[in-house]
Design a protein around this ligand. Structure first.
Ligand code: PRE
Length: 289
């Protein structure tokens, strides 16, 4: 049985993804995303599952930054889950939920429900919690306060809360991608629907050479290699210094992908491969009201 570190407590969206992909394994709840990765580095867990991108709110910067700057781990799989956000209150407040004086959740979940919050709770402060389930747990432990959590239906069950408004996320198509991280390169496969192969790399450009990013993109273009994503993040060495995280929409092969890497290195770039892996769909059943 493997140990899987995830953003806890029980019933986060990450927990739903983990329980679908690793039904036989031991789940280890962590308080923060960096802690999940550190658990693997310190061998307190075999794998970590962490959110990387939400369809509405974009990248989870904490994940990319910790992976690049602190945690030398390999991406061995990707899990994509549908995300449905609900407004949950303690049963004592089910009749007067509109009087809630504070709305608690993970910052990404709060951002996914911006339109709902500004129409139903204009001027009511929101409070950032370490996860959606942490918010639900807090609400369940504080019946004396008229407060609400934004979380999933599993949290409602787990913490004995009432769903007073379902599906409060601003756009219907709401999904989050999670990365499976390991200290080893061992490939993972799951008996789940596949979403395709990917190779994720980090590229740093030589300083102040005009057109290098254009040339980097050309190494993929003329080889007909499709890119799924490119994003820049601060190198944290000074304003204007960035690294680029690039998803190539296929697994690493023998010729084309290594050829692109070699060409980028010849341009003076550094190329680090974070992983070459398959994606899978999870959480289709568990995330409904
Ligand atoms: O708080 C949770 O339930 C999480 O699993 C974290 C997280 C995230 O970081 O994006 C995961 C999915 C949702 O997009 C909202 C929150």
């Amino acid at each position: 049985m493997r140990k899987i570190a995830f953003l806890g407590p029980a019933a986060t969206f990450t927990d739903i993804a983990v329980s679908d992909a690793f039904p036989e394994d031991e789940r280890i709840p962590c308080v923060t995303i960096p802690e999940c990765m550190d658990f693997v580095l310190e061998e307190k867990a075999d794998l970590a599952v962490v959110p990387i991108e939400n369809a509405l709110e974009g990248t989870v910067n904490m994940t990319i930054d910790h992976l690049f700057h602190e945690a030398n781990l390999t991406i061995v799989g990707e899990l994509t889950a549908p995300i449905q956000q609900h407004l949950l209150v303690h049963p004592d407040h089910a009749e007067h939920w509109k009087d809630a004086v504070r709305i608690l959740s993970h910052p990404h979940a709060i951002a996914q429900c911006h339109k709902f919050l500004s129409s139903e709770f204009y001027g009511v402060p929101s409070q950032q919690m370490t996860s959606t389930a942490a918010a639900a747990k807090y609400v369940s432990e504080h019946p004396e306060q008229c407060i609400a959590a934004i979380a999933n239906s599993l949290s409602a069950k787990e913490y004995g809360l009432v769903t007073v408004q379902a599906d409060i996320h601003d756009f219907n198509f709401n999904h989050t991608r999670f990365l499976v991280l390991s200290k080893t390169h061992e490939e993972l496969t799951f008996p789940l629907p596949k979403t395709g192969g990917k190779t994720t790399i980090v590229v740093t450009l030589p300083t102040d050479r005009p057109g290098t990013l254009h040339q980097v993109l050309a190494t993929f273009a003329w080889r007909n290699l499709n890119l799924g994503k490119i994003e820049s993040r601060p190198l944290k060495t000074g304003l204007g210094n960035y690294f680029f995280i690039i998803d190539v929409a296929q697994r690493i092969d023998d010729v084309l992908v290594p050829g692109a890497f070699a060409e980028m290195e010849a341009l003076g770039c550094t190329v680090q491969v974070l992983g070459s892996y398959y994606g899978y769909e999870v959480g289709q059943a568990k995330n409904k009201v």
